[in-house]
Design a protein around this ligand. Structure first.
Ligand SMILES: [Zn+2]
Length: 410
């Protein structure tokens, strides 16, 4: 068994660990435990005496402190499952050594091509060793790259006595891709003060922001009657719902926004003549932005309903999750140290925000402030997924430097 970050990565991606949103079991698929069990046996073999998988499929292990300083315990976390969006069965990783540039046609399905035009990040990879799929499955760099990087860095920290560090916790979770990754995590057992998920994309990025999210339901009550005798009196709730949806502005929609702009997005409509319900999700990086968008929807509904004197509407707002920056800003060293570690590992740090939620945002609000660091993968959840060996090695250095920094600054 060899143990470079690339060796580990190639070993892990060949194990099918797809999660299943329709499954009620914990973890959602038994096969995720195949990788979790392998990780435990590898960790024990390296010398992590306390490595174990619990009954919920979570893997825990500790790199003991090798310093007398009182260093906060930090955790590195990634997820074992791959996305349900594309097959993860029979992954055949392809290695392109010393990438010369240009489009990459995948050998198992020639219709699948990783084009430089669509993946401009390839331009920064000339001379690197790339790993792709054969085109018939996803790769699973999301997030087996993160696992390979954490295990490789942990082995360095365990064995290289010249790097002083506090206690470092490793955490590998199931079911992240179906939103259940931290449902059964035992934070008490983990015993960490701060954490980093290794689950971002481009080398050098550190993400400390996610959307804040609300769900919104508009219930419309119309005026129902026999259609044969309805002239001048019927008010069809289905049509009222349609008018409200039609008035939602394009520049506040998912298809009309990017970067730091939030949106309102209808995700479901049910209706009869008498009653219709529109379900929407609202996203923004600030709570004030969420409230602004909710007020806008209310104005639109009010304006539409004004033309239907017999009808009425009600809006119910439900909080879904909040921007993890609210928590991370209270402990700014989490991100500061990550930025410095990325620099020491030889990259120019890039701060990013995530147009969605992550396990890090949930962990942050559960009491474990967690930022997200790059793992190096690209084109997640698709057969065009790719990563370079060199970027994985940079992630390993970043983890080692971070461990060193927390000790240095303690
Ligand atoms: Zn991921």
């Amino acid at each position: 068994m060899t143990d470079t970050v690339l060796d580990r990565f190639l070993r892990y991606v060949q194990i099918d660990t797809q999660s299943d949103p329709t499954s009620p079991t914990q973890p959602s698929t038994e096969k995720q435990k195949t990788l979790s069990r392998l990780l435990v046996s590898e960790l024990l073999a390296i010398g992590f005496a306390d490595a174990e998988m619990d009954s919920n499929g979570y893997v825990y292990a500790t790199v003991p402190a090798n310093t007398d300083k009182d260093v906060p315990v930090i955790c590195f976390c990634s997820h074992v499952d791959t996305a349900p969006d594309f097959s993860g069965t029979g992954v055949k990783p392809q290695i392109i050594k010393n990438y010369a540039g240009g489009d990459i046609t995948l050998v198992g399905d020639k219709s699948r091509v990783i084009c430089v035009a669509e993946h401009p990040e390839l331009n920064n990879q000339i001379g690197n060793d790339l790993i792709t799929t054969d085109g018939t499955t996803l790769l699973g760099a999301d997030d087996k790259a993160g696992i390979a990087e954490i295990v490789t860095a942990a082995e360095i920290l365990l064995k290289d006595k010249s790097i002083p560090h506090g206690a470092i916790k490793l955490l590998f979770t199931p079911d992240e891709e179906i939103g259940r990754g931290v449902d059964k995590v035992d934070l008490k057992k983990l015993g960490a003060r701060f954490a980093y998920t290794m689950d971002g994309e481009t080398a050098g990025t550190i993400e400390d922001e996610t959307f804040s999210a609300d769900g919104l339901e508009i219930s419309i009550t119309g005026v129902a009657m026999h259609p044969g005798f309805a002239k001048g009196r019927m008010e069809n709730a289905i049509k009222i719902a349609g008018e409200i949806i039609a008035r939602l502005p394009h520049d506040v929609s998912p298809e009309g926004t990017e970067g730091r702009d939030g949106f309102v997005h209808p995700v479901g409509v049910t209706g009869s003549m008498e009653k219709a319900v529109i379900s929407m999700i609202v996203r923004d990086f600030t709570v004030a932005g969420l409230h602004e968008k909710e007020a806008m929807v209310d104005e639109i509904a009010k304006a539409v309903i004004a033309n239907y004197p017999g009808s009425s509407y009600r809006i119910a707002v439900k909080e879904q999750y909040r921007n993890m920056k609210e928590v991370l800003d209270k402990n700014p060293e989490i991100v500061e140290f990550a930025v410095e570690a990325i620099r020491r590992a030889g990259m120019e740090p890039v701060r990013g925000s995530i147009r969605g939620g992550t396990d890090g945002s949930r962990l942050s609000f559960m009491g474990l402030p967690t930022a997200n660091i790059f793992a190096g993968g690209h084109a997640f959840h698709s057969p065009l997924e790719w990563i370079s060996r060199q970027d994985m090695e940079k992630a390993v250095s970043t983890i080692v430097e971070l461990a060193r920094l927390w000790e240095e600054r303690a």
